[in-house]
Design a protein around this ligand. Structure first.
Ligand SMILES: Cc1ncc(COP(=O)(O)O)c(C=O)c1O
Length: 394
């Protein structure tokens, strides 16, 4: 006889890693609202409102703006598989884990991959995108990551849209770590297809991937010669459930959609501009505090994300030991570096609900306590004082 499983009792954490972020109690409450069916008129109303709220967050008028069932990678895969047919050429910008993932997906679906690279931590140069497009016969799309969570690099997009369109291609953008935390202007920047995830700056549990397709992308989708290679992510069918026809495709994850609806309502109440300023202010305070204890940001100067701070680990300090102490002694989760940055950087996320002054001061004070135990001398209070000065505006 095995004993019965115990009730869940996960610890309470301050989530300052690369995601998920902490979730507002209103969002958690929304997940416990009784279910209705996925074609219930009440749910259809919620779907319509969610579309409107997503249009607001993406800053777009695109009709095809919906949450896909699945995490951010589902959105990435959906954008690529719906727009690419076998044999198409796709330019993908690679300067971290998530550009690498896009490139991998392009190849898996049988398209020809043209890579544009930048060192990890640096942003992609638009001139390199233009040169890659020139090398293509008929480029179908350019894929690029706005906020590279693996490095903390913040990619400017304003210049890229026009040169992608001049080459007759579509611009596909990953906004998983930027949407709801820093400005994303889908229409103004000429983004044709864009995806995100719920668990970062939208502060909702992981499980849905908001996407938006503009008129050029919708036209490409409608003129495909072959069926979309993925049945589950086929937008030609999914759009009939989210549009006027309401044709069943798969059972919508009802509670997740409740949660997203509530998370988006919270964003609407706060206001996008105010939310961006909040993320900016907390990043600036954290950066100042880290600098005062000798910790620098590893990503390219002037292109450092507000939402994900990639922090250089001082020589001689053991990455995992610090992260374990933060988790065990303070209940704080931060992330480690990925790929070539493993052991060299920590990733401190300040996303959505997690981006607040209390968390910034907490993580700085915890670092001031933990770092000396790991062989790195810190002047106690220096980081906190520097962050406080930023908050005081002095
Ligand atoms: C920039 C970026 N793109 C895509 C993804 C994939 O999202 P998910 O892990 O939700 O599938 C992530 C996840 O961290 C990400 O940070």
């Amino acid at each position: 006889m095995t004993s019965l499983a115990e009730p869940l009792q996960p610890p309470t954490r301050v989530l300052l890693g690369p995601g998920p972020s902490n979730v507002h109690p209103r969002v958690l409450r929304a997940m416990s609202i009784p279910l209705v069916g996925h074609l219930d008129p009440a749910f259809l109303r919620i779907m319509d409102e969610t579309k409107r709220l997503l249009q607001f967050v993406f800053q777009t008028r695109n009709e095809l703006t919906i949450p896909l069932s699945g995490t951010g990678s589902a959105g990435m895969e959906a954008c690529l598989v719906n727009l690419l047919e076998p044999g198409d050429e796709a330019v993908v910008c690679v300067n971290g884990v998530f550009g690498t993932r896009m490139a991998e997906i392009v190849e898996r679906y049988g398209a020809t991959l043209v890579r544009v690279e930048a060192p990890w931590g640096r942003v992609i140069d638009p001139a390199d995108v233009a040169a890659a497009l020139k090398r293509c016969r008929r480029p179908k799309l350019v894929g690029i990551v706005h906020a590279e969570t693996s490095t903390g690099a913040w990619q400017p997009l304003e210049e890229i849209g026009p040169l992608v369109h001049a080459a007759g291609a579509l611009l596909v953008v990953d906004t998983v770590t930027s949407l709801g935390g820093c400005p994303v202007h889908v229409d103004d920047w000429g983004i044709d297809a864009c995806y995100s995830g719920t668990q970062k700056c939208l502060s909702c549990p992981p499980g849905l991937s908001p996407i938006t397709f503009g008129p050029r992308a919708v036209e490409v989708l409608s003129k495909r010669k072959s069926k979309v290679q993925s049945w589950y992510l086929d937008l030609t069918m999914i759009q009939k459930y989210w549009g006027a026809e309401r044709v069943y495709h798969h059972t919508a994850p009802i509670s997740m959609n409740y949660a997203l609806h509530e998370a988006l309502r919270l964003i609407e109440e706060e206001g996008l501009e105010a939310r961006w300023r909040r993320h900016e202010g907390n990043h600036r305070a954290l950066k100042a505090g880290l600098a005062a204890i000798g910790l620098g940001i590893a990503s390219q100067e002037n292109h450092q994300l507000w939402t994900l701070n990639s922090v250089r680990i001082p020589d001689g300090v053991e990455d995992a030991r610090v992260r374990t102490a933060l988790l065990e002694d303070f209940g704080i989760e931060i992330g480690g570096g990925l790929g070539p940055l493993k052991g060299q950087t920590w990733r401190i996320g300040l996303m959505g609900e997690s981006s607040n002054a209390a968390n910034v001061l907490l993580v700085l004070s915890a670092l001031e306590r933990v770092l000396p135990q790991c062989g790195y001398a810190v002047k106690a209070g220096a980081g906190l004082a520097a962050a406080q000065r930023v908050y005081a505006g002095s």
